[in-house]
Design a protein. Structure first.
Lengths: 255, 202
């Protein structure tokens, strides 16, 4: 455990630092240090700091620096030259059609329409002095605040977009339901195709499931009574017509 | 005021408006590049930032040299630019770890990360390793000082500038230099004394 440090006399601190760094010789301080433990310890520590810092190795500039400074100075030279070139421009030498060029650039890819551009050019020429054009150019290049109307437009566009999305989702739901219904109808109709009713193109009977009929055709048979139907077909049909066939069967064909 | 030793070269730069790193400006650059880099290195604490700050220093020096009016010593002016560039750079990259000094030293594969130390003395490997370790710790202690304390410590004890030269470079009074140095020693007492105790007492 280290002992608590003796406090240094505040009025001597700066001079102790100067002595530690070799900035000054100070007999009065020497005499004080001989008697004051706190100041003596502070001076010793300060001298150690000075010694340690002075012993730090000197870093020399890496070779990279030359290239980077060459680049920096050349960039600086170009910048200076540009500034000098601009500074010799008096208001009178400002080209009058400069406004048109900048305005066209700021108007985006489409640019202004020809008559309005011509109007502006004529207008600036009539007003004459380059200083005036310069003022208006600089004010045009200022940053603009978004108008309040923009909020309305953006929120309106967002609302329209949301409504369109809901509509599209509903449309998709209806189309999906229709497709599902169609699929169910097709699937159920397959049950009506009895193996016996599938014939080959040459008129001979063939198995619709096992055989590979070139062009199967569906033959619709009239039956006098639901009882004559194939049991599987009869059941499916009964399900579709809500049990009416069973009623026919019970009443002996008389409804 | 004594005649500035750089006056002739500076006036030559002002008379010819240099177009790049050539002529009188090149001579000034050669004269100051190590001093500037060293100050930047000790204030920023790592090689990459020191290189950026040095580049910025010479860029500013190039652009502003024609405005220099010999109201202070040219060297003080250069130190002022270097200190400000380093502190600004350090502030911008303050999120970077203090360990970057180690990285900068270990990254010997690239020139930009390499630290060349001029030291003609021959040391035994163990002593060199110990010395390197101590330097890293001293640099870390410097890094923990506030920017003002760091600048004044580096100018006084690393660059060995006098109180007057420091006052000239930092544009403060000699009284301010004294009090800042005094406070710097208080801070070093906290940051550096334990490092030195640990190193020399083990």
């Amino acid at each position: 455990m280290s002992l608590p440090r003796q406090p240094v006399c505040p009025q001597h601190r700066d001079r102790l630092v100067a002595v530690a760094g070799g900035e000054a010789r100070d007999r009065a301080i020497d005499a004080h240090v001989a008697e004051c433990t706190g100041c003596r310890a502070f001076l010793a520590r300060a001298q150690r700091h000075v010694f340690a810092l002075a012993e730090l190795a000197r870093a020399s500039a890496p070779r990279d620096l030359d290239g980077r400074v060459v680049a920096a100075t050349q960039a600086g030279f170009r910048q200076d030259r540009a500034v000098r070139a601009l500074s010799i421009l008096t208001p009178e030498t400002m080209p009058r059609d400069a406004e048109l060029v900048i305005w066209q650039q700021s108007a985006g890819a489409s640019g202004p329409s020809a008559p309005s551009a011509l109007d502006r050019l004529v207008d600036s020429s009539l007003r004459g002095r380059g200083a005036d054009v310069g003022e208006r150019l600089s004010s045009r290049l200022e940053r603009h605040r978004a108008p309040a109307e923009l909020d309305l437009r953006v929120s309106g566009a967002y609302e329209r977009g949301r409504r369109d999305r809901v509509r599209a989702e509903r449309r998709l739901l209806v189309v999906g339901a229709a497709a599902l219904l169609m699929a169910l109808l097709v699937a159920s109709s397959l049950f009506f195709v009895d193996e016996r009713t599938v014939t080959a193109a040459d008129g001979t009977l063939a198995s619709g499931r096992a055989g590979v009929a070139p062009t199967p055709t569906i033959v619709i048979e009239r039956v006098a009574s639901p009882a004559d139907l194939d049991p599987l077909l009869s059941g499916t049909f009964a399900g579709l017509v809500g049990g009416a066939t069973d009623a026919v069967r019970v009443t002996g064909g008389k409804l | 005021m004594k005649l500035d030793p750089d006056r002739e070269l500076v006036e030559a730069c002002q008379a010819t408006s240099p177009t790049g790193l050539e002529g009188a400006f090149r001579r000034l650059y050669d004269q100051y590049k190590d001093r500037v880099y060293n100050v930047c290195y000790r204030i920023t604490g790592n090689a990459a930032d020191a290189l950026d700050a040095s580049q910025e220093t010479f860029g500013i020096m190039f652009r502003k040299i024609h405005e220099f009016r010999f109201e202070s010593k040219f060297s003080s002016w250069v130190y002022r630019i270097a200190v400000n560039a380093s502190i600004d750079h350090k502030r911008r990259t303050s999120t970077r770890s203090l360990r970057s000094l180690e990285v900068g030293r270990d990254d010997s594969a690239t020139d930009s990360g390499r630290l060349e130390i001029r030291d003609e003395r021959v040391e035994l490997p163990a002593a060199a390793a110990s010395r390197h370790e101590l330097e890293v710790e001293i640099q870390a202690a410097i890094d923990r000082l506030s920017p003002k304390m760091r600048a004044i410590t580096v100018l006084r004890y690393v660059e060995n500038l006098s109180y007057e030269e420091i006052a000239d470079a930092l544009q403060v009074s000699i009284g301010t230099v004294k009090s800042r140095l005094s406070r710097a020693h208080e801070a070093l007492d906290r940051e550096l004394t334990p490092v030195l105790d640990r190193h020399y007492l083990r």
